[in-house]
Design a protein around this ligand. Structure first.
Ligand SMILES: CC(C)(COP(=O)(O)OP(=O)(O)OC[C@H]1O[C@@H](n2cnc3c(N)ncnc32)[C@H](O)[C@@H]1OP(=O)(O)O)[C@@H](O)C(=O)NCCC(=O)NCCS
Length: 329
C-alpha cells in the first residue's frame, strides 16, 4: 500500500503589502527588510475574511487538481495558529463550506511546523485504517490578525495564505509519497515565539489588550539560531533513515521564515542554493501555509517530476520542528 499526493492548491488574498507600504506604518526601510529577511511583499486578508475562507479557496483548487469531489474526502486536517475561533475547529468550518459531509475533522497546532506534522498524521491515518482513503491536509494562516502593526521587529515578517494537499491511498508501494519523516519539539523554549493572551493562561482583558498581549511576540535572534540547528539535524535524520544522499535530493523546501535562515540551512546541509525552493520574497512567513505554497507552485510550474526526492523541513513556535522526504509521484 502506498500514498500519493493526488493534488495541490493554494490561495493568497489579493491585497499586497510591500516594504514601501510598511515604511509608512513603522520606522523601517525596504533595504533593512530585504537585507535581513529577503522579503519584498506579503499578501494580507481583509479584516472580515477568516482563515477558513483562505483555506476554502486553496482546498477547491487541490480537489480540482486531484479530480476528487468534496464528499469523497474522509478526513480534513487544518494546521493553523490563526484558527477562525478557539472552537469549533477551522476544519469543521471548512467542511461545511466545502460540503465534505463524509469527512472527520480536526485542527492541528504545531505553528510553522504544522504542515509537516499534519502530513505525517495523515499518513498514519491512511496506513492505519481502511476508513481513511483520501485526506485533505491544509496549512492556513491569517497571521495579520495576530501581528502587532506597531512592532517593527515582527510586523515586517509575516503574511497571510493557505495551501492544501489531497493525500490518497494507492495500491503500489512505488507510489509512496512519504519516504521518511522526523518530528520534534522542545516546550522549554515556548516563550521565545508565542501569543501571550487570549487563551486560558491569560484571558483577554482591557488591561492586557492595552499592553498588546494579544499579538505575537518573538525573540528574533534566539529563534534564528535554534531554527537553523533544528532544521539541519532533523533533515539529516530523515536522509539517513531513507538512505538517500543529499546529492540525490532534487529540491530542498524549507519553511519560508526568511532568506538568511534558508541559506544557512542549505549551506549546513551542503545542498546547493539552486536546489532550495524560495518564495519568501513574495509571501513573507506564512507559518503552516508556507511549505504548501511552495509545493503548489512547484507542482503547477512542473518543477517536480515523478521520482524526484523533495526534502521538506520546518521550524516554529512550541518549539516544534520536522522534516519529511517525499518521492514525487
Ligand atoms: C527578526 C530578524 C530579521 C532581526 O534581525 P537581527 O539581525 O536579529 O536584528 P536585531 O533584532 O538584532 O535588531 C538589529 C537592529 O535593527 C532594528 N530593527 C528591528 N526591526 C527593524 C525593522 N523592521 N526595520 C528597521 N530596523 C529594525 C532593531 O531595533 C535593532 O536596532 P538597535 O541595534 O538600534 O537596537 C532576525 O532575528 C530573524 O530573522 N530571526 C528569525 C525570525 C523568524 O524567522 N521567526 C519565525 C520562525 S518560524
Amino acid at each position: 500500500m502506498g500514498i500519493k499526493i493526488a493534488g495541490t492548491g493554494m490561495y493568497v488574498p489579493e491585497k499586497i503589502l510591500t516594504n514601501a507600504d510598511l515604511e509608512k506604518i513603522v520606522d523601517t526601510s525596504d533595504e533593512w527588510i530585504q537585507t535581513r529577511t529577503g522579503i519584498k511583499e506579503r499578501h494580507i486578508a481583509d479584516d472580515n475574511i477568516p482563515t477558513s475562507e483562505l483555506a476554502y479557496h486553496a482546498a477547491l483548487k487541490a480537489l480540482e487538481d486531484a479530480d476528487v469531489s468534496a464528499d469523497e474526502i474522509d478526513l480534513i486536517i487544518v494546521a493553523s495558529i490563526t484558527t477562525d475561533k478557539a472552537f469549533p475547529s477551522t476544519s469543521c468550518i471548512l467542511q461545511s463550506k466545502l460540503g465534505a459531509s463524509n469527512a472527520a475533522c480536526f485542527d492541528l497546532q504545531a505553528a510553522c511546523s504544522g504542515l509537516i506534522y499534519s502530513l505525517e498524521t495523515a499518513m498514519y491515518y491512511i496506513r492505519g485504517s481502511k476508513r481513511y482513503n483520501k485526506v485533505l491536509v491544509l496549512g492556513a494562516e491569517k497571521l495579520s490578525s495576530i501581528t502587532d502593526w506597531e512592532d517593527r521587529s515582527t510586523c515586517v515578517l509575516f503574511g497571510d495564505g493557505a495551501a492544501a494537499l489531497v493525500l490518497e491511498r494507492t495500491d503500489g508501494d512505488e507510489e509512496c509519497a512519504i519516504i521518511a519523516s522526523d518530528l520534534g519539539a522542545d516546550g522549554n523554549y515556548g516563550d521565545i515565539l508565542h501569543l501571550p493572551a487570549g487563551g486560558s493562561a491569560m484571558p483577554l482583558t482591557a488591561e492586557n489588550i492595552g499592553d498588546r498581549m494579544q499579538y505575537l511576540k518573538m525573540g528574533g535572534q534566539e529563534v534564528f539560531k535554534l531554527a537553523v540547528g533544528a532544521m539541519v539535524s532533523s533533515s539529516n535524520k530523515v536522509l539517513e533513515e531513507a538512505g538517500v544522499s543529499r546529492d540525490e535530493v532534487k529540491w530542498l523546501v524549507p519553511h519560508q521564515a526568511n532568506y538568511r535562515i534558508l541559506k544557512a540551512v542549505a549551506s549546513r546541509l551542503k545542498i546547493a542554493e539552486e536546489k532550495v525552493y524560495m518564495n519568501v520574497d513574495r509571501y513573507g512567513n506564512t507559518s503552516a501555509a508556507s511549505i504548501g505554497l511552495c509545493l503548489d507552485e512547484m507542482n503547477r510550474g512542473n518543477l517536480v517530476k515523478s521520482g524526484d526526492y523533495v526534502l521538506l523541513t520546518a521550524f516554529g513556535g512550541g518549539l516544534t520542528w520536522g522534516s519529511m522526504l517525499l518521492k514525487w509521484n
